[in-house]
Design a protein around this ligand. Sequence first.
Ligand code: I3P
Length: 373
Amino acid sequence: MLTEEFWAQVAVPSKEEERWRSKDEGALFKRWRRTPAPVDSTPNTATSTPSAQPSELLKFLAINALELSAPASDALLKSRSSEWFQLAGHPGSLAPAGPGTVWKRRAAGDHPSHNPERDTYEALAACPHMRGVIPRYYRELEYGGERFIELQDLLHGFRDPHVMDIKMGTRTFLEDEVSNAHARGDLYEKMVRLDPNAPTETEHLARAVTKLRYMQFREERSSSAEQGFRIEAVKLPGQPPLTDLQNVREPHQLAATVARFLGKDERARRAIAARLREIRDQFERSDFFKTHEIVGSSIFIIYDDERVGAWLIDFAKTRRIPGGAYVNHRAPWQQGNHEEGFLYGLDRLIHTIETAKLPAQGEEAATEPDVLR
Ligand code: I3P
């Protein structure tokens, strides 16, 4: 069972947390309550029993308090800052389209002719083996002068589900960052929030760190560097998402977090492990992944009382390996080999899920609603 001491050790106050804390808890909690909405009954979930269930307010990587049957509109897009909470990823990058789809904004800095995430979705959607392990890809579109891709809303049809977002890989930055000497104040601030002693004297003086420095600091401080994955966020039914998991590093901490996600649900554990093994099999056979590095991608896992699903998401930093070289996704990274450790991490994630000790029958599952207390 997870203790408050455990969470006190791993939990880190974030801006998001400060935002929640400044609000009335009761009013905030209402944002996660269920609202019935029309449902598309043809989701491409893995080991699921599709059935027409009331939709949740919890949406694909996001939770919103808006009516989801309306098409994406100015009102929906503009209101994201006050009404949206994303479980992980760049704030404001997702908006509900609906019903059953979301729009994802093109990554900042990407040119229309260089849109790796769109290209990756298109390539994987065209592959009979890979199309089942990603959200359904519909189209690219332009709206209000910005480019989006429209994707299946993975949460559509789940009932108040358990959700976990796991960032994959031992390396979470592109190799270009190695030569990027630009030091950033925002990353320094984030670093200090996690560990005031982490910056060097020079970095303290400059009040800035490079992106490479920050990303490697995050990898080392979390489980990314050692385990090849880190849990970015967990959402349990009826509770606000837990996103302050930056210090979850050791195998026992990962196991405890996974146990909290699974509760006593052995059925979910078995179905999720089977689905992840299926994703691994498809990934290993895929020609696309032999020739591409897949940096900063996530595995997104959802289950409720009836259905289980897991998908590969986030391809903004997927790149073809230059010079026709191959990657195996398990070898250690060296500058120039483009390995990112995705499969190294997936092996360990599957092991963690298979071996996490769940609360025994009759034993109380951890129920702390707020990890920071
Ligand atoms: C961010 C996280 C993102 C990364 C972002 C980091 O750190 O690693 O994946 O975006 O870089 O700040 P944290 O999780 O600690 O908030 P990319 O994956 O797009 O590089 P950014 O600040 O340059 O957007």
